[in-house]
Ligand binder design. Structure first.
Ligand code: GLU
Length: 511
Protein backbone atom coordinates (compact mmCIF):
# COMPACT_ATOMS: atom_id res chain seq x y z
CA UNK A 1 0.00 0.00 0.00
CA UNK A 2 1.70 3.22 -1.12
CA UNK A 3 -1.13 5.50 -0.22
CA UNK A 4 -1.05 7.42 3.06
CA UNK A 5 -3.30 5.56 5.43
CA UNK A 6 -5.68 7.69 7.46
CA UNK A 7 -8.44 5.85 9.28
CA UNK A 8 -10.97 6.96 11.81
CA UNK A 9 -13.02 5.43 14.56
CA UNK A 10 -16.26 7.40 14.59
CA UNK A 11 -18.48 6.44 17.52
CA UNK A 12 -21.67 8.22 18.50
CA UNK A 13 -21.69 9.01 22.22
CA UNK A 14 -25.02 7.33 22.88
CA UNK A 15 -23.96 5.11 25.79
CA UNK A 16 -21.31 2.61 26.74
CA UNK A 17 -19.13 1.39 23.87
CA UNK A 18 -20.13 -2.15 22.94
CA UNK A 19 -17.37 -4.70 22.46
CA UNK A 20 -18.09 -4.68 18.71
CA UNK A 21 -17.10 -1.01 18.70
CA UNK A 22 -13.80 -1.87 20.35
CA UNK A 23 -13.19 -4.49 17.64
CA UNK A 24 -13.88 -1.85 14.95
CA UNK A 25 -11.46 0.55 16.64
CA UNK A 26 -8.86 -2.23 16.89
CA UNK A 27 -9.00 -3.15 13.18
CA UNK A 28 -8.67 0.53 12.23
CA UNK A 29 -5.74 0.90 14.62
CA UNK A 30 -3.97 -2.21 13.29
CA UNK A 31 -4.24 -1.08 9.69
CA UNK A 32 -2.98 2.40 10.56
CA UNK A 33 -0.03 1.18 12.60
CA UNK A 34 0.94 -1.44 10.08
CA UNK A 35 1.35 1.21 7.38
CA UNK A 36 2.68 4.06 9.53
CA UNK A 37 -0.66 5.71 9.05
CA UNK A 38 -2.83 7.91 11.23
CA UNK A 39 -5.55 6.73 13.60
CA UNK A 40 -8.23 9.32 14.27
CA UNK A 41 -11.04 9.57 16.80
CA UNK A 42 -14.05 11.48 15.56
CA UNK A 43 -17.03 11.90 17.84
CA UNK A 44 -20.26 11.74 15.83
CA UNK A 45 -22.59 13.62 18.13
CA UNK A 46 -24.98 15.29 15.69
CA UNK A 47 -28.02 13.49 17.07
CA UNK A 48 -28.73 15.58 20.15
CA UNK A 49 -31.67 13.38 21.15
CA UNK A 50 -29.44 10.38 21.59
CA UNK A 51 -26.61 12.20 23.35
CA UNK A 52 -25.71 10.56 26.68
CA UNK A 53 -23.55 12.46 29.17
CA UNK A 54 -20.40 10.58 30.09
CA UNK A 55 -20.43 8.42 26.95
CA UNK A 56 -17.55 10.26 25.26
CA UNK A 57 -15.38 9.98 28.37
CA UNK A 58 -16.26 6.32 28.58
CA UNK A 59 -15.20 5.72 24.97
CA UNK A 60 -11.90 7.52 25.48
CA UNK A 61 -11.14 5.72 28.73
CA UNK A 62 -12.11 2.32 27.33
CA UNK A 63 -9.90 2.64 24.25
CA UNK A 64 -6.98 3.93 26.33
CA UNK A 65 -7.36 0.93 28.66
CA UNK A 66 -7.21 -1.32 25.58
CA UNK A 67 -3.98 0.36 24.42
CA UNK A 68 -5.58 1.91 21.33
CA UNK A 69 -4.05 5.37 21.22
CA UNK A 70 -5.17 8.02 18.77
CA UNK A 71 -2.95 10.30 16.71
CA UNK A 72 -5.69 12.88 16.14
CA UNK A 73 -8.89 13.42 18.09
CA UNK A 74 -10.77 15.71 20.49
CA UNK A 75 -8.05 15.33 23.15
CA UNK A 76 -4.99 15.34 20.87
CA UNK A 77 -6.23 17.88 18.33
CA UNK A 78 -4.73 17.70 14.85
CA UNK A 79 -4.68 19.46 11.50
CA UNK A 80 -8.27 18.57 10.53
CA UNK A 81 -10.11 19.47 13.73
CA UNK A 82 -12.33 20.00 15.48
CA UNK A 83 -12.94 16.29 15.92
CA UNK A 84 -16.38 16.53 17.48
CA UNK A 85 -19.09 16.94 14.83
CA UNK A 86 -21.22 19.23 17.01
CA UNK A 87 -18.28 21.67 16.90
CA UNK A 88 -18.15 21.42 13.10
CA UNK A 89 -21.83 22.29 12.66
CA UNK A 90 -21.05 25.36 10.52
CA UNK A 91 -19.19 23.27 7.95
CA UNK A 92 -22.03 21.14 6.63
CA UNK A 93 -24.78 23.44 5.33
CA UNK A 94 -22.68 24.63 2.36
CA UNK A 95 -22.47 21.08 1.07
CA UNK A 96 -26.22 20.55 1.48
CA UNK A 97 -26.66 23.79 -0.49
CA UNK A 98 -24.38 22.55 -3.24
CA UNK A 99 -26.43 19.39 -3.52
CA UNK A 100 -29.67 21.39 -3.71
CA UNK A 101 -28.18 23.69 -6.37
CA UNK A 102 -27.21 20.71 -8.49
CA UNK A 103 -30.65 19.08 -8.11
CA UNK A 104 -29.39 16.19 -5.94
CA UNK A 105 -31.19 17.26 -2.81
CA UNK A 106 -34.35 19.15 -1.92
CA UNK A 107 -36.14 20.81 0.98
CA UNK A 108 -38.93 18.84 2.65
CA UNK A 109 -41.57 20.49 4.82
CA UNK A 110 -43.63 17.48 5.84
CA UNK A 111 -44.78 17.41 9.42
CA UNK A 112 -44.32 14.32 11.55
CA UNK A 113 -48.10 13.69 11.44
CA UNK A 114 -48.37 13.95 7.66
CA UNK A 115 -45.41 11.61 7.26
CA UNK A 116 -46.97 9.11 9.60
CA UNK A 117 -50.26 9.25 7.71
CA UNK A 118 -48.55 8.84 4.35
CA UNK A 119 -46.57 5.87 5.58
CA UNK A 120 -49.80 4.09 6.47
CA UNK A 121 -51.19 4.83 2.99
CA UNK A 122 -48.00 3.60 1.29
CA UNK A 123 -48.09 0.38 3.23
CA UNK A 124 -51.45 -0.40 1.67
CA UNK A 125 -50.55 0.89 -1.76
CA UNK A 126 -47.10 -0.66 -2.25
CA UNK A 127 -46.18 -4.18 -1.56
CA UNK A 128 -42.91 -3.36 0.16
CA UNK A 129 -41.78 -1.30 3.12
CA UNK A 130 -42.95 2.23 2.59
CA UNK A 131 -40.37 4.94 2.24
CA UNK A 132 -39.87 8.46 1.03
CA UNK A 133 -38.40 7.90 -2.45
CA UNK A 134 -38.83 8.43 -6.17
CA UNK A 135 -42.21 6.67 -6.09
CA UNK A 136 -43.67 8.78 -3.35
CA UNK A 137 -41.83 12.08 -3.11
CA UNK A 138 -44.12 13.84 -5.58
CA UNK A 139 -47.04 13.30 -3.19
CA UNK A 140 -45.25 15.16 -0.44
CA UNK A 141 -44.74 18.72 0.62
CA UNK A 142 -41.28 19.57 -0.64
CA UNK A 143 -39.40 21.91 -2.95
CA UNK A 144 -40.03 19.51 -5.85
CA UNK A 145 -43.80 19.87 -5.54
CA UNK A 146 -44.02 23.54 -4.50
CA UNK A 147 -43.45 26.74 -6.44
CA UNK A 148 -40.30 28.77 -5.79
CA UNK A 149 -42.32 31.44 -4.00
CA UNK A 150 -43.98 28.85 -1.77
CA UNK A 151 -40.62 27.34 -0.95
CA UNK A 152 -39.08 30.70 -0.06
CA UNK A 153 -42.04 31.48 2.15
CA UNK A 154 -41.98 28.08 3.83
CA UNK A 155 -38.23 28.32 4.48
CA UNK A 156 -38.90 31.37 6.61
CA UNK A 157 -41.94 30.11 8.46
CA UNK A 158 -41.85 26.33 8.67
CA UNK A 159 -39.44 23.78 9.95
CA UNK A 160 -37.78 21.73 7.26
CA UNK A 161 -35.21 19.11 6.44
CA UNK A 162 -32.99 18.57 3.41
CA UNK A 163 -33.35 15.19 1.71
CA UNK A 164 -31.06 13.44 -0.73
CA UNK A 165 -32.78 12.89 -4.08
CA UNK A 166 -32.10 9.27 -4.93
CA UNK A 167 -32.24 8.26 -8.59
CA UNK A 168 -35.40 6.24 -9.32
CA UNK A 169 -33.73 2.99 -10.30
CA UNK A 170 -30.02 2.89 -10.70
CA UNK A 171 -27.44 0.36 -9.59
CA UNK A 172 -24.92 1.83 -7.19
CA UNK A 173 -21.79 -0.29 -7.17
CA UNK A 174 -18.76 -0.17 -4.94
CA UNK A 175 -15.95 -2.47 -3.98
CA UNK A 176 -15.74 -3.56 -0.39
CA UNK A 177 -12.32 -4.88 0.60
CA UNK A 178 -13.94 -7.70 2.60
CA UNK A 179 -17.03 -8.41 0.51
CA UNK A 180 -15.86 -7.66 -3.02
CA UNK A 181 -18.34 -6.06 -5.45
CA UNK A 182 -21.46 -4.79 -3.72
CA UNK A 183 -24.49 -3.48 -5.61
CA UNK A 184 -27.61 -1.75 -4.35
CA UNK A 185 -30.42 -0.56 -6.57
CA UNK A 186 -31.61 2.89 -5.61
CA UNK A 187 -35.23 1.71 -5.79
CA UNK A 188 -34.50 -0.17 -2.53
CA UNK A 189 -33.18 2.95 -0.83
CA UNK A 190 -34.90 6.02 0.58
CA UNK A 191 -34.37 9.76 0.23
CA UNK A 192 -32.35 10.10 3.41
CA UNK A 193 -32.55 13.28 5.45
CA UNK A 194 -29.09 14.85 5.27
CA UNK A 195 -29.66 18.12 7.11
CA UNK A 196 -32.16 18.98 9.81
CA UNK A 197 -34.01 22.22 10.37
CA UNK A 198 -31.69 23.16 13.23
CA UNK A 199 -28.79 23.17 10.78
CA UNK A 200 -27.37 19.95 12.17
CA UNK A 201 -26.39 17.39 9.56
CA UNK A 202 -27.50 13.79 9.98
CA UNK A 203 -25.03 10.96 10.16
CA UNK A 204 -24.87 10.47 6.38
CA UNK A 205 -23.89 13.98 5.37
CA UNK A 206 -21.60 14.61 8.33
CA UNK A 207 -19.87 11.27 7.91
CA UNK A 208 -19.15 11.77 4.21
CA UNK A 209 -18.14 15.42 4.51
CA UNK A 210 -15.80 14.67 7.40
CA UNK A 211 -14.25 11.63 5.79
CA UNK A 212 -13.56 13.85 2.78
CA UNK A 213 -12.26 16.85 4.74
CA UNK A 214 -10.18 14.65 7.04
CA UNK A 215 -8.68 12.84 4.04
CA UNK A 216 -9.76 9.43 5.26
CA UNK A 217 -8.29 6.66 3.10
CA UNK A 218 -10.21 3.65 4.50
CA UNK A 219 -13.60 3.42 6.14
CA UNK A 220 -13.57 0.32 8.33
CA UNK A 221 -16.83 -0.16 10.18
CA UNK A 222 -19.52 -2.67 11.14
CA UNK A 223 -21.63 -4.52 8.61
CA UNK A 224 -24.76 -2.65 9.71
CA UNK A 225 -23.52 0.34 7.70
CA UNK A 226 -23.26 -1.54 4.41
CA UNK A 227 -26.53 -0.30 2.87
CA UNK A 228 -25.78 3.28 3.98
CA UNK A 229 -22.64 3.04 1.90
CA UNK A 230 -24.75 3.23 -1.27
CA UNK A 231 -26.05 6.60 -0.07
CA UNK A 232 -22.51 7.63 0.76
CA UNK A 233 -21.17 6.65 -2.66
CA UNK A 234 -23.86 8.82 -4.27
CA UNK A 235 -22.99 11.69 -1.95
CA UNK A 236 -19.33 11.45 -3.02
CA UNK A 237 -20.44 11.38 -6.65
CA UNK A 238 -22.86 14.30 -6.35
CA UNK A 239 -20.32 16.40 -4.47
CA UNK A 240 -17.66 15.69 -7.11
CA UNK A 241 -15.41 13.73 -4.74
CA UNK A 242 -15.67 10.25 -6.18
CA UNK A 243 -12.02 10.25 -7.28
CA UNK A 244 -10.86 10.54 -3.67
CA UNK A 245 -13.57 8.40 -2.10
CA UNK A 246 -12.17 6.20 0.71
CA UNK A 247 -12.03 2.44 0.33
CA UNK A 248 -14.67 0.59 2.32
CA UNK A 249 -14.32 -2.47 4.53
CA UNK A 250 -17.39 -3.70 6.41
CA UNK A 251 -16.53 -5.99 9.30
CA UNK A 252 -18.59 -9.12 9.99
CA UNK A 253 -21.23 -9.15 12.70
CA UNK A 254 -20.38 -10.41 16.15
CA UNK A 255 -22.81 -13.22 16.95
CA UNK A 256 -24.23 -14.58 20.20
CA UNK A 257 -22.25 -17.47 21.72
CA UNK A 258 -24.67 -20.00 20.15
CA UNK A 259 -24.23 -18.33 16.77
CA UNK A 260 -27.92 -17.42 16.58
CA UNK A 261 -28.23 -13.71 15.90
CA UNK A 262 -26.28 -10.62 16.70
CA UNK A 263 -24.67 -10.23 20.12
CA UNK A 264 -26.66 -7.65 22.05
CA UNK A 265 -25.90 -5.70 25.19
CA UNK A 266 -28.55 -7.72 27.02
CA UNK A 267 -26.79 -10.99 26.19
CA UNK A 268 -24.09 -10.11 28.67
CA UNK A 269 -26.57 -9.96 31.52
CA UNK A 270 -28.46 -13.03 30.28
CA UNK A 271 -25.34 -15.17 29.90
CA UNK A 272 -23.38 -13.76 32.84
CA UNK A 273 -20.49 -12.36 30.84
CA UNK A 274 -19.29 -8.87 30.02
CA UNK A 275 -19.90 -7.44 26.54
CA UNK A 276 -18.47 -4.01 27.36
CA UNK A 277 -14.85 -3.08 27.98
CA UNK A 278 -15.54 -1.14 31.21
CA UNK A 279 -18.44 -1.11 33.63
CA UNK A 280 -21.18 1.37 32.88
CA UNK A 281 -23.36 2.80 35.64
CA UNK A 282 -26.68 4.00 34.35
CA UNK A 283 -29.47 5.70 36.28
CA UNK A 284 -31.60 2.85 34.97
CA UNK A 285 -30.22 -0.33 36.64
CA UNK A 286 -31.30 -2.39 33.62
CA UNK A 287 -28.84 -0.39 31.54
CA UNK A 288 -25.92 -0.83 33.92
CA UNK A 289 -23.31 -3.35 32.87
CA UNK A 290 -20.13 -4.91 34.20
CA UNK A 291 -17.04 -4.49 32.05
CA UNK A 292 -14.16 -6.79 31.18
CA UNK A 293 -11.84 -4.57 33.22
CA UNK A 294 -13.92 -4.89 36.37
CA UNK A 295 -14.46 -8.62 35.80
CA UNK A 296 -10.68 -9.02 36.05
CA UNK A 297 -9.62 -9.43 32.45
CA UNK A 298 -6.32 -8.21 31.08
CA UNK A 299 -6.65 -5.69 28.23
CA UNK A 300 -3.96 -7.46 26.18
CA UNK A 301 -5.93 -10.70 26.36
CA UNK A 302 -9.12 -8.92 25.38
CA UNK A 303 -7.39 -7.35 22.37
CA UNK A 304 -5.94 -10.70 21.32
CA UNK A 305 -9.42 -12.26 21.55
CA UNK A 306 -11.09 -9.40 19.65
CA UNK A 307 -8.52 -9.58 16.86
CA UNK A 308 -9.75 -13.10 16.17
CA UNK A 309 -13.39 -12.04 15.89
CA UNK A 310 -13.50 -12.05 12.12
CA UNK A 311 -9.78 -12.11 11.38
CA UNK A 312 -7.24 -14.89 11.43
CA UNK A 313 -3.55 -14.86 10.60
CA UNK A 314 -3.78 -17.90 8.32
CA UNK A 315 -1.47 -19.84 10.67
CA UNK A 316 -1.92 -21.84 13.88
CA UNK A 317 -0.56 -19.06 16.10
CA UNK A 318 -3.14 -17.75 18.55
CA UNK A 319 -1.24 -15.65 21.06
CA UNK A 320 -0.31 -12.27 19.61
CA UNK A 321 1.04 -9.19 21.31
CA UNK A 322 -0.18 -5.88 19.92
CA UNK A 323 3.06 -5.51 17.95
CA UNK A 324 2.67 -8.96 16.46
CA UNK A 325 -0.94 -8.18 15.54
CA UNK A 326 0.21 -5.02 13.78
CA UNK A 327 2.73 -7.05 11.78
CA UNK A 328 0.32 -9.85 10.91
CA UNK A 329 -2.89 -7.91 10.34
CA UNK A 330 -4.29 -7.67 6.87
CA UNK A 331 -7.82 -6.75 5.80
CA UNK A 332 -7.71 -9.50 3.18
CA UNK A 333 -7.78 -12.06 6.00
CA UNK A 334 -10.99 -10.65 7.47
CA UNK A 335 -13.94 -12.92 6.79
CA UNK A 336 -17.43 -11.99 5.64
CA UNK A 337 -19.30 -14.36 7.88
CA UNK A 338 -20.33 -13.50 11.41
CA UNK A 339 -17.93 -14.25 14.26
CA UNK A 340 -19.22 -16.08 17.33
CA UNK A 341 -18.52 -14.39 20.66
CA UNK A 342 -17.21 -17.35 22.61
CA UNK A 343 -16.86 -16.51 26.29
CA UNK A 344 -14.82 -19.66 27.01
CA UNK A 345 -12.34 -18.48 24.41
CA UNK A 346 -11.78 -15.08 26.02
CA UNK A 347 -11.33 -16.87 29.35
CA UNK A 348 -8.76 -19.12 27.72
CA UNK A 349 -6.90 -16.12 26.29
CA UNK A 350 -6.95 -14.41 29.66
CA UNK A 351 -5.59 -17.51 31.35
CA UNK A 352 -2.70 -17.63 28.89
CA UNK A 353 -1.87 -13.98 29.56
CA UNK A 354 -2.05 -14.35 33.34
CA UNK A 355 0.15 -17.46 33.25
CA UNK A 356 2.84 -15.49 31.48
CA UNK A 357 3.08 -12.72 34.02
CA UNK A 358 5.62 -12.68 36.84
CA UNK A 359 4.45 -12.84 40.44
CA UNK A 360 5.38 -9.17 40.78
CA UNK A 361 3.27 -8.17 37.78
CA UNK A 362 0.27 -10.08 39.04
CA UNK A 363 0.76 -8.66 42.53
CA UNK A 364 0.61 -5.15 41.18
CA UNK A 365 -2.72 -5.88 39.48
CA UNK A 366 -4.38 -7.32 42.57
CA UNK A 367 -2.74 -5.21 45.30
CA UNK A 368 -5.67 -2.86 45.68
CA UNK A 369 -8.27 -5.66 45.90
CA UNK A 370 -6.11 -7.42 48.48
CA UNK A 371 -6.01 -4.23 50.49
CA UNK A 372 -9.76 -3.70 50.18
CA UNK A 373 -10.24 -7.21 51.54
CA UNK A 374 -8.46 -5.96 54.66
CA UNK A 375 -5.20 -7.88 54.18
CA UNK A 376 -1.74 -6.38 54.32
CA UNK A 377 0.80 -8.82 52.95
CA UNK A 378 4.32 -7.61 52.13
CA UNK A 379 5.05 -7.04 48.44
CA UNK A 380 7.35 -10.06 48.28
CA UNK A 381 4.88 -12.34 49.96
CA UNK A 382 2.03 -11.23 47.68
CA UNK A 383 4.21 -11.76 44.62
CA UNK A 384 5.12 -15.27 45.80
CA UNK A 385 1.45 -16.13 46.38
CA UNK A 386 0.51 -14.81 42.93
CA UNK A 387 3.31 -16.83 41.38
CA UNK A 388 2.11 -20.00 43.09
CA UNK A 389 -1.51 -19.44 42.02
CA UNK A 390 -0.94 -18.14 38.52
CA UNK A 391 -1.42 -21.42 36.66
CA UNK A 392 -4.79 -21.94 38.27
CA UNK A 393 -6.51 -18.60 37.74
CA UNK A 394 -8.60 -17.27 34.89
CA UNK A 395 -9.19 -13.68 35.97
CA UNK A 396 -7.36 -11.46 38.46
CA UNK A 397 -10.00 -11.64 41.23
CA UNK A 398 -9.47 -15.43 41.36
CA UNK A 399 -6.30 -14.65 43.34
CA UNK A 400 -8.38 -12.94 46.01
CA UNK A 401 -11.12 -15.60 45.93
CA UNK A 402 -8.87 -18.67 45.88
CA UNK A 403 -6.03 -17.34 47.98
CA UNK A 404 -7.81 -16.32 51.19
CA UNK A 405 -5.84 -18.81 53.32
CA UNK A 406 -2.55 -17.14 52.34
CA UNK A 407 -3.64 -13.90 53.96
CA UNK A 408 -5.72 -14.68 57.02
CA UNK A 409 -6.48 -17.41 59.57
CA UNK A 410 -10.14 -16.74 58.97
CA UNK A 411 -10.61 -18.73 55.76
CA UNK A 412 -13.52 -20.98 54.78
CA UNK A 413 -13.08 -24.73 55.42
CA UNK A 414 -14.67 -27.62 53.62
CA UNK A 415 -15.71 -29.35 56.85
CA UNK A 416 -18.07 -31.74 55.05
CA UNK A 417 -15.20 -33.39 53.25
CA UNK A 418 -13.12 -33.30 56.39
CA UNK A 419 -15.84 -35.14 58.33
CA UNK A 420 -16.13 -37.77 55.63
CA UNK A 421 -12.40 -38.47 55.65
CA UNK A 422 -11.69 -37.96 59.33
CA UNK A 423 -10.88 -41.02 61.35
CA UNK A 424 -10.42 -40.22 65.09
CA UNK A 425 -8.03 -43.15 65.36
CA UNK A 426 -5.51 -41.20 63.27
CA UNK A 427 -5.58 -38.23 65.59
CA UNK A 428 -2.29 -38.94 67.39
CA UNK A 429 -0.44 -39.68 64.18
CA UNK A 430 -1.61 -36.43 62.62
CA UNK A 431 -0.78 -34.40 65.71
CA UNK A 432 2.67 -35.96 65.62
CA UNK A 433 2.97 -34.89 61.99
CA UNK A 434 1.94 -31.36 62.94
CA UNK A 435 4.79 -31.33 65.46
CA UNK A 436 7.26 -32.50 62.87
CA UNK A 437 6.12 -29.83 60.40
CA UNK A 438 6.44 -27.13 63.06
CA UNK A 439 9.99 -28.18 63.84
CA UNK A 440 11.21 -28.84 60.32
CA UNK A 441 13.80 -26.39 59.10
CA UNK A 442 14.27 -26.07 55.37
CA UNK A 443 14.05 -23.71 52.44
CA UNK A 444 13.16 -26.45 50.06
CA UNK A 445 9.61 -27.70 49.59
CA UNK A 446 10.73 -31.09 48.23
CA UNK A 447 12.73 -31.65 51.38
CA UNK A 448 9.58 -30.96 53.41
CA UNK A 449 7.62 -33.26 51.13
CA UNK A 450 10.03 -36.14 51.75
CA UNK A 451 9.93 -35.61 55.48
CA UNK A 452 6.12 -35.60 55.56
CA UNK A 453 5.77 -38.60 53.30
CA UNK A 454 8.38 -40.61 55.27
CA UNK A 455 6.56 -39.80 58.48
CA UNK A 456 3.24 -40.98 57.03
CA UNK A 457 4.78 -44.21 55.74
CA UNK A 458 6.42 -44.90 59.10
CA UNK A 459 3.17 -44.38 60.96
CA UNK A 460 1.55 -47.10 58.83
CA UNK A 461 -1.00 -44.79 57.22
CA UNK A 462 -1.65 -44.15 53.56
CA UNK A 463 -0.96 -40.80 51.88
CA UNK A 464 -4.63 -40.66 50.88
CA UNK A 465 -5.65 -40.84 54.54
CA UNK A 466 -3.47 -37.99 55.67
CA UNK A 467 -2.69 -35.50 52.89
CA UNK A 468 -6.33 -34.45 52.28
CA UNK A 469 -6.63 -33.75 56.03
CA UNK A 470 -3.53 -31.59 55.88
CA UNK A 471 -4.80 -29.71 52.89
CA UNK A 472 -8.13 -28.90 54.49
CA UNK A 473 -6.41 -27.83 57.70
CA UNK A 474 -4.01 -25.54 55.87
CA UNK A 475 -6.02 -24.26 52.91
CA UNK A 476 -9.61 -25.17 53.79
CA UNK A 477 -10.12 -27.02 50.51
CA UNK A 478 -8.83 -29.97 48.54
CA UNK A 479 -8.15 -27.76 45.54
CA UNK A 480 -5.08 -25.61 45.24
CA UNK A 481 -1.44 -25.44 44.23
CA UNK A 482 1.27 -27.81 45.49
CA UNK A 483 0.67 -28.46 49.20
CA UNK A 484 4.31 -28.35 50.22
CA UNK A 485 5.05 -25.11 48.44
CA UNK A 486 1.88 -23.71 49.99
CA UNK A 487 3.07 -24.72 53.48
CA UNK A 488 6.52 -23.23 52.93
CA UNK A 489 4.97 -19.96 51.92
CA UNK A 490 2.48 -19.74 54.76
CA UNK A 491 5.18 -20.72 57.28
CA UNK A 492 5.60 -24.08 58.96
CA UNK A 493 4.79 -22.83 62.47
CA UNK A 494 1.51 -21.44 61.24
CA UNK A 495 0.74 -24.67 59.41
CA UNK A 496 1.34 -26.65 62.58
CA UNK A 497 -1.10 -24.41 64.44
CA UNK A 498 -3.71 -24.78 61.68
CA UNK A 499 -3.52 -28.57 61.81
CA UNK A 500 -3.82 -28.59 65.60
CA UNK A 501 -6.75 -26.21 65.43
CA UNK A 502 -8.68 -28.35 62.96
CA UNK A 503 -8.06 -31.49 65.01
CA UNK A 504 -9.28 -29.71 68.13
CA UNK A 505 -12.36 -28.55 66.29
CA UNK A 506 -12.99 -32.00 64.86
CA UNK A 507 -14.29 -33.24 68.20
CA UNK A 508 -16.85 -30.40 68.06
CA UNK A 509 -18.04 -31.20 64.55
CA UNK A 510 -21.54 -32.64 64.49
CA UNK A 511 -21.47 -36.28 63.44
N1 GLU B 1 -21.27 7.09 14.06
C1 GLU B 1 -21.35 5.79 13.45
C2 GLU B 1 -21.44 4.77 14.56
O1 GLU B 1 -21.83 5.11 15.61
C3 GLU B 1 -20.14 5.61 12.60
C4 GLU B 1 -20.27 4.62 11.50
C5 GLU B 1 -19.09 4.80 10.55
O2 GLU B 1 -17.98 4.43 10.96
O3 GLU B 1 -19.27 5.35 9.51
O4 GLU B 1 -21.14 3.61 14.44
Amino acid sequence: MHQTIRVRFAPSPTGALHIGGVRTALFNYLLAKKHNGTFILRIEDTDQNRFVPGAEDYIIEALAWCGLHFDEGPMQGGPYGPYRQSERKHMYAQFADQLIQKGHAYYAFDTAESLEQKREEWKLKFDHSATYNALTRMEMKNSLTMSEAEVNEALLTESYTVRLKMPASEDVRFTDIIRGEVTFNTSELDDKIILKGDGMPTYHLANVVDDYLMKISHVIRGEEWLSSTAHHVLLYRFLGWEQVMPQFAHLPLILKPDGKGKLSKRDGVKLGMPVFPLSWEDPNPEDSFIGFREAGFDPDALINFLAFLGWNPGTEQEIFSMDELIQAFDLSHVSKSGARFDFDKIKWFNQQYLKNQTGEELAEKVASSIKSAGWNPSENYLAAVCFLLRDRIIVYPDIVRDGVYFFTEDFPKDTDTFKKKWNPEHKDAILGLADLIGKWETNDSTDLEHAVKDYIANSGLGLGQVLPMLRIAIAGTLKGPDLFQTMMLIGLQKCKARIQKLIDESSLLPA
